[in-house]
Design a protein around this ligand. Structure first.
Ligand code: SAM
Length: 263
């Protein structure tokens, strides 16, 4: 089925470009280029597949986000609000985060869990600036810039946060399989890591359904990987307006349409 859709998509793209050539033929070179750019923006999956946060929220709806100020390598302030809101709106009890850094996003999500809830956050082991294969990347060196989780240590939310250490490519996730309502992916941003972390996330969410959220979805290897999954494999993902947070919903290991999108 997806092969048929791909062929149809290629045929329609070819048709659109032929029509563009015919229609713009009389115009100057620069206006032809501008209109071509517009055509490609209109086909960009990050432009087409968006959702407003408000579509995911019931009314009335109250959240707490904790310390809001964004420092280097944190999510933006609005992205933090979105993460906190998703935890509450989904009535999540278990959350798994890949990429703790200073613990700001961990804390904002944990605050919105019920008393019995738990957030598990994974980061490279303390003091390690390389990943498990010995490679030093822009993301792996972040590990030695701050004390992992320092923004939730000694806070009331720490009781709901479990910190675990390892490389997401080699960590043993077995104990968490099928238990998560939400998996937040914000560790290494290379394409290979994002692919691995996404496969892990699909195994971690509950078989009855759970959310996968990618940070920096429009950047780095994350963008390359997600664009491919949307265009070639038809994943029904949605980018939250005004953010780089991509939302996916996974049931029985498969990415399916968002359940709250129709609200
Ligand atoms: C961008 S920061 C996470 C930011 C955090 N989620 C926030 O919003 O404040 C990425 C984190 O992932 C960690 N990291 C990088 N590569 C990793 C890997 N292969 N496995 C686990 N953690 C990794 C880095 O040490 C860093 O703490």
């Amino acid at each position: 089925m997806s092969a048929v859709l791909q062929q149809l998509d290629s045929a329609l793209t070819g048709l659109a470009y032929s029509i563009w050539h015919l229609l713009t033929f009389p115009f100057s070179r620069s206006s032809r280029w501008r209109s071509l750019r517009l055509l490609s923006v209109c086909r960009d999956p990050f432009v087409l597949n968006r959702i407003a946060l408000s579509r995911l929220l019931p009314e009335p709806f109250v959240i707490t986000v904790g310390p809001l100020k964004s420092l280097d390598h944190n999510t933006s302030e609005y992205e933090l609000v979105c993460l906190a809101a998703l935890v509450k709106a989904a009535s999540a009890e278990r959350v798994f985060e890949i990429g703790t850094y200073d613990g700001r996003s961990s804390r904002a999500m944990a605050i919105n869990l019920p008393d019995q809830g738990q957030l598990t956050t994974l980061n490279l082991p303390p003091g390690k600036s390389t990943n498990s294969s010995g490679e030093c990347t822009g993301d792996s060196v972040l590990n030695v810039k701050v004390t992992s989780g320092k923004r939730f240590l000694d806070t009331p939310e720490a009781a709901r946060i479990e910190q675990v250490f390892g490389d997401s490519a080699t960590f043993d996730f077995k104990a968490y399989a099928g238990a998560m309502d939400i998996v937040f992916i914000d560790g290494s941003h290379t394409r290979a890591y994002v692919e691995n972390d996404t496969e892990v996330a699909r195994q971690l969410v509950k078989s009855t359904g759970g959310w996968i959220v990618w940070h920096d979805a429009t950047l780095y290897g994350v963008a390359q990987y997600l664009k491919m999954q949307i265009t070639k494999h038809g994943w029904p993902l949605r980018l939250i307006d005004g953010t780089t947070l991509m939302l996916g919903y996974c049931r029985e290991g498969r990415i399916v349409p968002l359940p709250l999108a129709a609200r």
